[in-house]
Design a protein around this ligand. Structure first.
Ligand SMILES: Nc1ncnc2c1ncn2[C@@H]1O[C@H](COP(=O)(O)OP(=O)(O)O)[C@@H](O)[C@H]1O
Ligand SMILES: [Mg+2]
Length: 361
């Protein structure tokens, strides 16, 4: 196990900053997930930690010791990528023990470690088979077994599940989380899939445009996004974002004629008197339809089901937003829209940063 520290780390390719001044400490045994859209610098960061890409400036430290000049093989890390390359002409067993054999580890010890990973990854029935005989999910498990058999200080995983069928991905994700906790190995996992990040991470590192946007536990990232980007990147369907304009006793939504009022929608006093233009962020989960007249009268566009959930869309100005219809027996006609006061997030319209009572003053 190891603690990893990135200190003002930057990686430039020519004039392009792929990683821009990133600082972070990953604790011993922690499971950190790097999350962000394609091209934001996740893989480059991971490769820099692995020693496969050189830092242009800043430092990488393992347990407080600078490792910038150490090669990948000197760093005691193991890496698993999206597309696994097992040796096709070797059996599963031979594939798994390969890293130990290559290091000249004694036979008895290899046997012991093989038993250990076989047990953890439940690969007993597969050992004598060949990679081509295994489905992708099982092959990925073999790759993980091969990665951990030499007990690396750090496990680096780059979208390891994205080539696996949806059906097995969920199961593998669960197993992977379970395994990491069992092994207690410091793990950095890269993905663009927010659901994967939410279900696996001790902490999520959210990246955008080569920089860190927010570092926090999954729940906190969901309930207290630092800005509009974080609010909309996490959660599915995506957070609605609506312009607000102060009017007498409330806040007008968008450029339509719909107003949230202090009393009915329990708007915080500071938001009502805020001097800066705000945007309202509200997740579909926190907008529902009500048959009572206590909601906001907004024309409902459409009601539709996705799986067991029923969603609806409503229009403010030209923008379509979404909510969740939680009524047991919905009446097809009418209904009004209710915003859950606890689910209202306010953002500075100019900067996109979330504001609350403390910073709104
Ligand atoms: N070896 C390289 N040479 C030049 N540009 C690169 C190289 N590796 C990555 N990049 C660029 O750096 C940016 C970040 O890439 P990457 O770290 O792979 O993003 P992510 O993993 O988040 O999708 C991308 O725009 C990519 O094209
Ligand atoms: Mg990548």
């Amino acid at each position: 196990m190891a603690e990893i520290t990135l200190k003002n780390l930057s990686v430039r390719f020519g004039a392009f900053n792929a990683v821009d001044d990133v600082s972070l400490t990953v604790k011993n045994g922690e499971f950190v997930v790097y999350l962000g859209p394609s091209g934001c610098g996740k893989t480059t960061t991971l490769r820099c930690i692995a020693g496969l890409v050189k830092a242009s400036s800043g430092d990488v430290l393992f347990d407080g010791v600078r490792v910038n000049e150490l090669s990948a093989s000197e760093r005691n890390i193991a890496m698993v990528f999206q597309f696994v390359s097992l040796y096709p002409h070797l059996s599963i067993k031979e594939n798994i023990v390969f890293p130990l054999k290559a290091r000249g580890v004694a036979k008895a010890q290899i046997a012991r470690k093989l038993d250990w990973v076989t047990e953890i990854f439940k690969l007993g029935d597969e050992l004598a088979r060949y990679p081509s005989a295994l489905p992708p999910g099982a092959r990925q498990k073999v790759a993980l077994a091969r990665a951990v058999i030499r007990e690396p200080a750090v496990l680096l995983l780059d979208e390891p599940l994205s080539a696996i069928d949806e059906q097995f991905r969920e199961e593998m994700r669960w197993e992977l989380g379970h395994l990491q906790r069992q092994l207690g190995v410091t793990t950095i996992y890269v993905t663009h899939d927010q659901r994967e990040a939410m279900s696996l991470a001790d902490r999520i590192v959210l990246m955008n445009n080569s920089r860190i946007v927010q570092v926090s536990e999954p729940d906190r990232m969901f309930f207290e996004p630092i800005d509009v980007f974080a609010g909309q990147f996490i959660g599915s369907p995506s957070m609605n974002l609506i312009d607000l304009a102060p009017v007498e006793g409330g806040l007008k939504l968008g450029d339509g004629d719909v107003t949230l009022t202090a009393l009915r929608d329990r708007l915080p006093a500071w938001a009502l008197s805020s001097k800066r233009p705000l945007k309202l962020g509200v997740r579909p989960l926190n907008v529902h339809l009500t048959d009572d007249a206590d909601g906001v009268a907004i024309p409902v566009d459409d009601v539709f089901s996705v799986g067991r959930e029923r969603f609806f869309s409503f229009r403010i100005g030209d923008t379509i937003h979404q909510g969740v219809d939680k009524r047991r027996s919905p009446s097809s006609s009418g209904g009004s829209v209710h915003f859950d006061p606890a689910g209202l997030l306010f953002f500075d319209a100019a900067t996109g940063r979330r504001v609350d009572a403390e910073v709104a003053a």
